[in-house]
Write a protein that binds this ligand. Sequence first.
Ligand code: 1HN
Length: 345
Amino acid sequence: MGEQLGTLEELPQDYRDDMTAAGVAPLWPMMRNVLPHGAPNPVTRPGHWNYDAIRPLLLRAGELTPVEKAERRVLVLSDPGRGAGAMQATSSIYLGLQLLLPGETAPAHVHTPSAVRIVVEGKGGYTVVDGEKLPMEEGDLVLTPGGEWHDHGHEGTEPVVWLDALDLPLFVYLEGSYATEGPLQAQRNRPDASQVEYLSSGLAPSRKLGAGARRYPMMRYPWGRTEAALNEMAAYTDGDCAELDYVNPETGADVLPTMGFTAMRIGAGQRHAPPLRSSSAAFHVVKGQGKTTINGETIAWGPKDTFTAPVFAEITHEAGEDAYLVRVHDRPLQEKLGYYEERAR
Ligand code: 1HN
């Protein structure tokens, strides 16, 4: 177990030079870097982004850079463990706060990574995905799965801000990330399926023989329904946190192949200490306030804040008032790879 493996310095210099010239390297001095004992050794560090501090910077970006010059006007939440400019919040999750001003349109494009929006503030914003016009209201979760054309618009009078969560770091790592730009979708008034075909949980449109199932049948999860469902559940959770996973209404599977989303309600005065999970996570506060200790570091959070936790973090939440959070995590990916794990604390 705790054996000391040989170091690079123990090897003769001429041998080291010959290995370098041949384009090879010895594994053993690096073995514990790539394969630590017992648990991963994450680079990711807990992060906390206070919305009140970032909002002015986002509005300033609105003055400095027109959307035509930005394609997407976003401030990226950089993982403190990776430092300034990092284009990711955890190992697998990218997060950014995006601003759209009244009358603006963020042009249509399609890309390999998938995105999910959690609406932070403002009325009148919408996203068109594959011809379907999805209104964006506070707390809504809106999918733009990889491979689907999407653009954003704004018919309201105040700035609209949403949090983007993408599986971009994975696609960058796989050298699979790219986009194609195009004209606005011609069909853009097909109604939001959450208001037509999937209006009631447990009811799905009757199947027609030979009709192919849509991979992403419902792309908007309105917040009002989520909050109501959490409130109903909270009466039966014995004082523990109520949690609901966002799922595909046809298959019951997670909404996307790589990223999962879980709505949480922690009642005022409740403490919630989940098991240690192999997934990394980001928490977005839809409403309420409280504090969370992550690996001994305490974060005091309020409405619209976002914070992150690395893999296998010891996490304890305490709500000061009834709190509603959305947890973004990579459990679906880890389950597909066959290593998702939870450990008792
Ligand atoms: C993207 O397409 C959007 O469509 C937002 O709103 C953020 C970050 C990286 C790559 C693509 C969008 C993005 C993005």
